[in-house]
Every structure is written in C-alpha cells, then in structure tokens.
Design a protein around this ligand. Structure first.
Ligand SMILES: [Zn+2]
Length: 244
C-alpha cells in the first residue's frame, strides 16, 4: 500500500489501496499507449470506441508489475479511470516508462519504440480485402519476434503482430497482406520499417543511406552491410581504440 499523498483510492480487497499522483499519471500514460493491445483480445461484440470493462490478463500483469500494485487493484483502478484513459490520446512516454516496457512488458509482446525494443502492427484492425464482406474487427492475432535494422540504434529486437481474417483467409502483416501465396502491399506512403525477409525489417532511412552510398561512392550492397555491422556491433573498430 502506498503511504504518500493519494489521488485515487480503491477497495478491491479488505484493505484500501491508493495510487499516488505519480502512480496515477504512470497508470494513465502506460494504458493510454496500450489501447490497441487492450482492444485486440476483446470479444467481437465489445465496441472499440469504449473502454472495455476488463483488461486482458497480460496487460493487467504488466501494469501491476510496472507500478508495483496487485492485479486486483489494477482491475479496480481501471474501473475507476478507464473512461478518462480511453478519452486520452496516446501520452508521451518517459525513458523510465520505456524501461518499464522493456523490463516487464517484453515477455508479453508489449513494447514501445525505444533504443532497445519496439512492436509493429498492421495499419488496420479491419480486413481491407475488397472482395471480403467482413465488417467486424480482426481478432485472430499472432505475434512473432523479429529483428529491425535501424540507423541510430543498430539491431533492435521487436514484435511483429499479425492479424488473420477468418472470412477470406488473409493474413495482415505490418507492410502487406498475404492471401493464397499472393502478397499485396498496403496502400499509402512507404512505411518507416520495411520487411526485407522472414522476421527481418530495415528502417527506411537506413535503406536510403545505403542507396546513397551505392549511387555516390559505388560501394557495393555487401560492403554497405559490412560497414553497418562494423559500426553497430563494434563502434570502436571504426574510430580506433587509441586516444589520438
Ligand atoms: Zn477478409
């Protein structure tokens, strides 16, 4: 039980538990960026424009560990605060918040873009196949661990969320959909992270830098790859170990 100044109280068990102001704000920030993770596992009849009454178990476990309260109290505080949190736009996370995702959320597939991890979703929760009549959100979810090559942070572990339409047998990935062996890239701008093979993505800016090297200095793609490995895995090898 928190002993400092309380802003939100609950009586989920026989003893009251309170969230301090900082815990209340943390509770709101973390859950405000997890709405999609909260909505996806809900039953098909639960509307997505309202906060569901119950948090998915993995979300509840993550929040309890991140804030340091029991899951029973997570449930109680969610009941009190869910409508306000649902009305919030995704809040900016601090470095400490992102560290909480890394420490307590990664094993549940919960992650936010950091130097250490990220999660990538298909752009829509709905089937976009024009020949498919499904209007309900996609609920069959599969998450796989992938790696992402980034310009600033090197090789970053990530989760790739895949959605499956049971009506037309289309699987939706972050960059494209696949049906009967045919891949169709999503409409819109070139995505920030581009699939380059099974379980691997590359940041768009990194590909642009490789193309520039190849066009301007005639460096081969192989040597671009070697330079990237050298710079991200052992930066000292690039700059040398001497003090100059
Ligand atoms: Zn479909």
């Amino acid at each position: 039980m928190s002993s400092d100044t309380s802003s939100v109280g609950s009586n989920a068990s026989n003893e009251d538990e309170f969230l301090s102001l900082s815990q209340t704000m943390l509770f709101s920030r973390l859950l405000s960026v997890l709405k999609r993770d909260i909505v996806l596992p809900q039953p098909i009849n639960i509307p997505t424009d309202q906060a569901p009454a119950v948090l998915p178990p993995t979300i509840s476990t993550f929040i309890a560990a991140a804030i340091g309260i029991s899951e029973a109290h997570v449930s109680s505080f969610w009941t009190i605060m869910r409508d306000d949190i649902w009305a919030l736009p995704p809040q900016a996370l601090t470095q400490e918040d992102k560290e909480l995702f890394r420490k307590h959320g990664w094993k549940y597939g919960l992650s936010r873009r950091t130097r250490a991890s990220m999660v990538m979703y298909p752009p829509s929760d709905f089937c976009t196949n024009p020949k498919c009549g499904r209007c309900k959100p996609l609920k069959k979810v599969h998450a796989v661990q992938i790696i992402v090559y980034t310009l600033a942070s090197g090789v970053v572990p990530a989760w790739e969320v895949q959605l499956y339409c049971l009506d037309c047998n289309t699987t939706y990935y972050p960059n494209y959909s696949a049906q009967h062996g045919t891949h169709t890239y999503h409409d819109g701008d070139i995505p920030q992270y581009i699939s380059i093979g099974a379980h691997q993505y590359t940041e768009r800016q990194l590909i642009a830098s490789w193309i520039s090297y190849m066009l301007i200095t005639s460096v081969s793609a192989t040597n671009c790859s070697r330079a990237y490995d050298m710079g991200t895995q052992n930066p000292n090898a690039v700059f040398g170990s001497g003090t100059g």
